[in-house]
Design a protein around this ligand. Structure first.
Ligand code: ZN
Length: 212
C-alpha cells in the first residue's frame, strides 16, 4: 500500500484520508514516531481497503463525442445518440468548456428534479423550507441553514434518483431538527423509507460523483 505522509504542526493527532481517486494521505504532528504511523495504518486497514474499493468507481471522462456519463437513472451521451435518454450537443472543442457545459446541464436538470421532489415531500409531510439552490460542493451532498435554506451539490445529478431522494429527505428533515438525533432519523425514514439503501450506495459509489 502506497501512502503519502505529511508531518505538520497543524494536526494534534495522526489522521488519515483516502480521496475519491484512491490517494492515501496521512497527516501527523512533527516528530511523530514512524512506528506509530505504521501501527495507525494497520489499525485502519479494513477502512482503507473499503475506501480504496469505492475509489475504483471513479471514472475519468474526456468529454469526447459519443462518450456516456451517468445521469440520474439513465445516462447522458455527448453529441451522438448513444442509447441514453439524453443527448447533449457540445459545440466547443476545448475540454474545459465541454466539461463546463456538462456541469451546467447537470445543474439545470437537478434543479428541476429536486424542485419536483421537494414539492411532493413537503405537501405529503407538511414541511416547509425557505429556498433551495444548487452548489458545486465537493465534500457534502447537501446542507440546510438555520433559516431553512437548502443546498444540494450538482454532483447528485450523477447519482440514481433513490440516492437524490434520500439527500432531499435528509436536508428537509433538518428543517425540523438541526441535529442527527433519533427523532431526526425517524423523520428521514418517514419521508423516504428506503434511505438506508441510499446511504449504502453513497458509501460504495461516492467516487462516481466526481468530474475532473
Ligand atoms: Zn445532516
Amino acid at each position: 500500500m502506497y501512502y503519502k505522509i505529511i508531518f505538520t504542526n497543524k494536526v494534534k493527532n495522526v489522521n488519515l484520508k483516502v480521496d475519491y481517486k484512491g490517494e492515501i494521505l496521512v497527516k501527523a504532528p512533527l516528530k511523530t514516531d514512524p512506528e506509530l504511523i505504521n501501527f495507525f495504518i494497520l489499525k485502519h486497514k479494513k477502512w482503507i481497503e473499503n475506501r480504496l474499493k469505492a475509489a475504483q468507481k471513479y471514472q475519468k471522462y474526456n468529454f469526447t463525442d459519443g462518450e456516456r456519463l451517468p445521469f440520474l437513472d439513465t445516462c447522458l451521451s455527448l453529441n451522438k445518440k448513444n442509447q441514453c435518454a439524453y443527448t447533449l450537443e457540445l459545440h466547443s472543442k476545448h475540454r474545459e468548456k465541454r466539461k463546463k457545459q456538462v456541469i451546467n446541464f447537470y445543474k439545470e436538470q437537478l434543479k428541476k428534479y429536486i424542485n419536483e421532489q421537494l414539492f411532493l415531500f413537503c405537501s405529503k409531510h407538511n414541511l416547509k423550507y425557505k429556498s433551495f439552490s444548487i452548489t458545486s460542493a465537493k465534500k457534502r451532498y447537501g446542507s440546510c441553514s438555520w433559516d431553512k435554506r437548502l443546498f444540494f451539490t450538482w454532483r447528485l445529478a450523477m447519482a440514481p434518483t433513490f440516492v437524490v431522494n434520500y439527500v432531499i429527505a435528509h436536508e428537509l428533515a433538518h428543517t425540523k431538527y438541526m441535529n442527527h438525533s433519533k427523532e431526526f432519523w425517524a423523520l428521514v425514514a418517514k419521508i423516504y423509507p428506503k434511505y438506508k439503501e441510499s446511504i449504502n450506495w453513497l458509501k460504495e459509489n461516492y467516487a462516481m460523483l466526481y468530474l475532473d
